[in-house]
Design a protein around this ligand. Structure first.
Ligand SMILES: [Zn+2]
Length: 294
């Protein structure tokens, strides 16, 4: 598919005005430039042994994953983040389906069971016990091939995941439609929020933040009949204030990416995820899964 939009690829620091009117009927979003992973503060004990994945395809054997960026508080489990499927492995936001299936096959062969966000949050609170080898699959942005290609494959292996929806895209070309989101939920997956149009929540004014959350919650409520209980921060970026606002609204948890662990934020509102680039070998994948575990 053309690079119509790869929301998570954008830079996270572009201040933008929040529309005060209802969303326009036609949304034009330009593909932002591909940027390398931002340099987030790393724990002193982590040594970078190789550059992070680049946009240039390289032999799998030549790639090594970066260290799992910023593991959070327990329970530490592998929470995997995906964006696009079925496209050549051009960078960290694209995972070809055969690579994805190889990862599923490896996880299944090694006894992994998928858990959903509520199970993880319950485990963090001490209300539940996770299976011996838990893994969580998360999918950001509402890309259409997540429904047509990734979800059926996931289910073939007995797994379920959480899909975080940038609601402005619902029903747009290349994105999932309302009935597909309802279908995913009916099949046991979780549909969560990812704001209305993917702004960096950390730099929004309070009014803009309210708009992004109000709008996406309303639209998901219209589609699903209930508000989302989980959210992934666009670009993985959060602050103490953003996390507090999300918690105040009744979400049960929220997911970050590279942003470091913030001891001031309740653990369920800064659950760490790792993007799985399509250029990784299965050995890279396995190393990363293990690196996220205790
Ligand atoms: Zn995103």
């Amino acid at each position: 598919m053309p690079a119509l939009i790869s929301a998570c690829q954008g830079t996270a620091d572009t201040p933008t005005a929040v529309p005060t009117a209802p969303p326009p009927a036609t949304v034009t979003l330009t593909a932002p430039p591909v940027v390398p992973p931002s340099a987030s503060p790393m724990p002193a004990t982590v040594t970078l042994t190789a550059p992070p994945p680049t946009a240039t395809p390289v032999p799998a054997s030549a790639t090594r994953p970066p260290p799992s960026a910023t593991p959070g508080p327990p329970p530490q489990i592998a929470v995997l983040a995906y964006h696009h499927f079925g496209v050549p492995a051009a960078g960290e936001y694209d995972c070809p389906l055969d690579q994805f299936e190889a990862q599923l096959r490896w996880l299944k062969a090694h006894g992994y069971e998928s858990v959903l966000p509520q199970q993880l949050v319950d485990a963090i609170a001490g209300r539940a016990t996770l299976p011996p080898h838990p893994v969580m699959f998360t999918f950001d942005d509402n890309n259409g091939e997540q429904y047509t290609d990734a979800a059926p494959l996931l289910e073939q292996y007995g797994y379920h995941g959480a899909f975080f929806i940038m609601t402005v895209t619902i029903g747009k070309r290349y994105f999932m439609k309302a009935d597909q989101l309802r279908d995913l939920e009916r099949r046991g997956h979780v549909i969560g929020g990812h704001t209305w149009d993917h702004r960096n929540m950390a730099i929004l004014t309070p009014k803009e933040l309210q708009f992004q959350l109000d709008q996406s919650e309303q639209e998901l409520n219209d589609v699903l009949g209930h508000k989302p209980q989980f959210l992934s921060y666009p670009f993985g970026v959060y602050t103490e204030d953003v996390a507090a606002e999300v918690a105040k609204r009744g979400y049960h948890g929220a997911f970050r990416l590279r942003d470091p662990h913030d001891p001031q934020v309740a653990p369920p509102f800064m659950i760490h995820r790792q993007i799985i680039p399509g250029v990784w070998s299965i050995e890279d994948f396995a190393d990363t899964v293990h690196s996220m575990e205790p």
